[in-house]
Design a protein around this ligand. Structure first.
Ligand code: FES
Length: 80
């Protein structure tokens, strides 16, 4: 199982990235946790998810890594 979280997405289209989005190492880090304040780029907010438990669905207040985290469900097992 995996840990997971619910986030609200307000954008309705793609983000266009270019060279200005690259980090000091020349790579572009795209947020996949959904908590970045700099979407689509990673801002380190994913560190808040490090202790999430497997099989639990979380919601962070205001989709903010510093917001209150609560459990909102369980991950469904697709193998059944
Ligand atoms: S992966 Fe979401 S902030 Fe880093």
């Amino acid at each position: 199982m995996d840990m997971t979280r619910e986030v609200t997405h307000e954008e309705r289209g793609p983000a266009i990235l270019d060279e200005s989005d690259t980090g000091d190492d020349g790579k572009i880090y795209v947020c996949q946790c959904g908590l970045s304040d700099s979407k689509p780029l990673c801002d380190g907010s994913h560190n808040a998810t490090a202790d999430e438990a497997d099989g639990v669905v979380y919601k962070y207040a205001n989709d903010d890594a510093d917001g209150e985290r609560r459990e909102v469900g369980k991950v469904e097992d697709d193998d059944q």
